[in-house]
Ligand binder design. Structure first.
Ligand code: HEC
Length: 155
């Protein structure tokens, strides 16, 4: 009996200390989840911006894949990650999300729509040539920046 109890305690201890496990605070988990989604956007959009600028050689297959990934991410319903009480006043230093996101809701949705159409337009042509990519990348950059300017803490 004693050994079993010890074993269970050991398992619980492992579960709590293992970095692979989600933390105990659901709001902190939500913040991390949305930041993770943003990181994926940046990871996929980065080379597209670089190709448009000429910092990276245009590669049709890669451009098409990356823009397609951004489009796939649009299908992710990550709304739960934007739960109330997770702004930068409640979690200073953990998130750059301004309270305005929630106090002016659904205003941020308008910025989300602009982002959605920019991604859709880009994904339609990204693999068809550098000029086509360049013609649509500006709107994408503006849509990221537009939302960040309004709803993110300035560094
Ligand atoms: C509709 C609004 C909106 C759009 C569009 C948007 N973002 Fe964000 N982004 C945010 C908000 C809000 C945060 C702050 C997240 C937090 O810390 O809670 C953020 C944070 C980030 C971060 C920092 C994540 C971290 O780990 O702290 C990156 C990187 C980022 N966005 C990249 C992008 C890129 C690239 C695009 C466009 C391809 C984009 N975002 C489009 C709202 C937006």
């Amino acid at each position: 009996m004693k050994i079993i109890t010890k074993f269970i305690l050991l398992l619980v201890g492992l579960a709590l200390t293992s970095p692979g496990f989600a933390g105990k605070d659901p709001k902190m988990n939500a913040i991390k989840a949305r930041q993770g989604e943003m990181q994926l956007r940046a990871f996929n959009a980065g080379p597209l911006f670089a190709m448009a600028k000429g910092d990276l050689a245009y590669d049709a297959a890669m451009a098409s894949k990356l823009a397609g990934n951004l489009k796939l991410l649009l299908d992710l319903d990550n709304g739960r990650a934007w739960m109330k009480g997770t702004d930068n006043e409640a979690y200073p230093g953990k998130t750059t999300s301004l309270p305005k996101i929630w106090t002016t809701y659904p205003e941020i949705g308008e910025y989300g729509k602009k982002y959605r159409s920019a991604v859709t337009d880009l994904a339609a042509v990204a693999g068809t040539g550098a000029d086509a990519l360049k013609s649509k990348i500006g709107a994408l950059g503006k849509s990221c920046k537009g939302c960040h300017d309004e709803f993110r803490e300035k560094k």
